[in-house]
Design a protein around this ligand. Structure first.
Ligand code: SF4
Length: 402
């Protein structure tokens, strides 16, 4: 099989991993083709958008995960690269300015250790023999030796291990060859090393260990777990394993399998709401218990999670823009991180009014119900009275307020 045929199969097989945002794109133009060439986009440690060659080393996987296109029981075209082929492709694409880095994952071939060894050889060769300085996002293979995973991680900018399913029971049912501890062990170990390195690198001028951190992916909707369970798991991983990102992937039915839900549309709105809630955990100071609980375990479809929280906590509002602390400003629907920072900065010089807020980018259409400027509401009707009136109308028709 020639290299372009392999590239077509192994970049197509990699598209179900959503850790690169343009995964699965099939955009075509008068020149360039993101799906066939296997190029996707991601973000580096410093927030730059970078293009990556996104491929599997092999899709000849010996496992049989119910939800996966590449599982052993599927009759799909199979291919495997050699170490040299991946290295040459990366270097050639890099030299031609097609890519700024590599995203390398793999099906399990031979054994987890054998597969991880192949990935390790690729990244080592790229860094040591070729002096490749581009970005590398490498998948750790669950079940592989932790020492081997850490050795490979030394050459990567980002590592990830896909947790895939939000509970051990679902993992046993849908991916019986994977064990929870084989997934959590590398996440924990890499997280510990990452956090230790953060402390030591400035003091001892050490090289960064996985400078872009580690991430994972969870499939949403292939198994019965609630948003509450999913977000609790994410919160734990952010706190205990120092993860940079959890990616949520709406379940796309690919395989016929009686263990999987029947006739489902990919739950894209649910995926979107989970990303919004995840954002609140990482940047807005929320905890999962403020967003969901046992009696309300799913995120609302109608509102984003920040609006839902505000509507359930009207006692906190309205807050005054010129007096409230930064943490509370962040909780106002319509005020983002940038606007909250600007508010704190500018109000030191003069008291802010609604016109100032509009210029700063505050979405007043939402925020006006929850704020005052030096004691004044926006408009003539008291904000909460208006809000309660509109909320009561929601019983009859979906609220258009937000
Ligand atoms: S291990 Fe499971 S999810 Fe990964 S490629 Fe193999 S079958 Fe697919």
């Amino acid at each position: 099989m020639d290299i372009s045929e392999k590239l077509k199969i192994l970049s197509g097989a990699a598209k179900y991993d959503v850790s690169c945002s343009s995964s699965g794109s099939n955009r075509k133009g008068s020149f360039g083709d993101s799906s066939v060439s296997g190029i996707c986009h991601s973000w580096s440690e410093d927030g730059r958008c970078i293009s990556l060659l996104k491929i599997l080393f092999t899709n000849s996987c010996m496992y049989d995960c119910a939800y996966c296109h590449n599982r052993v029981s599927n009759d799909v075209p199979r291919a495997s690269f050699s170490v040299e082929e991946v290295v040459n492709l990366t270097i050639n694409f890099y030299k031609r300015n097609y890519i700024e880095g590599l995203f390398l994952s793999s099906g399990i071939i031979g054994s987890p250790n054998h597969t991880m060894e192949l990935l390790y050889l690729v990244v080592k060769k790229l860094r040591i023999e070729y002096g490749f300085g581009g970005y590398i996002h490498l998948k750790a293979i669950p079940g592989a030796d932790i020492g081997l995973i850490k050795s490979a991680a030394k050459y990567a900018d980002r590592m990830s291990v896909n947790i895939e399913l939000p509970s051990e029971a679902s993992l046993k049912l849908l991916a019986p060859q994977k064990k929870k501890e084989d997934i959590l062990a590398p996440l924990t170990s890499l997280g510990e090393e990452y956090s230790l390195n953060l402390e030591e690198k400035s003091r001892f001028k050490k090289d960064s260990f996985i400078p872009a951190g580690q991430s994972t992916q969870m499939i949403v909707g292939a198994s019965p777990e609630s948003d509450y369970q999913i977000l609790n798991l994410s919160e734990n991983m952010y706190k205990k394993m120092h993860l940079k990102r959890v990616y949520y992937s709406a379940y796309i039915p690919i395989n016929e399998d009686k263990r999987l839900p029947e006739h489902v549309n990919p739950p894209l709105l649910r995926e979107h709401r989970l990303y919004q809630a995840d954002w609140l955990l990482r940047f807005y100071g929320f905890s999962v218990s403020e967003i969901l609980n046992d009696s309300s375990p799913f995120l609302e479809k109608e509102y984003d999670p920040k609006v839902s929280w505000a509507l359930r906590n009207l006692d906190f509002f309205p807050i005054d823009i010129n007096r409230s602390d930064y943490e509370m400003l962040l909780r106002v629907p319509g005020i983002g991180i940038r606007s909250a920072l600007k508010i704190v900065q500018y109000r030191r010089q003069f008291p802010l009014n609604f016109e100032n807020l509009k210029k700063m980018g505050v979405a007043l259409k939402r925020a006006k119900y929850f704020i005052t400027c030096s004691g004044k509401l926006m408009g003539s009707i008291p904000a909460q009275t208006e809000l309660m009136r509109l909320l009561s109308e929601k019983k009859h028709k979906q609220l258009q307020l937000f």
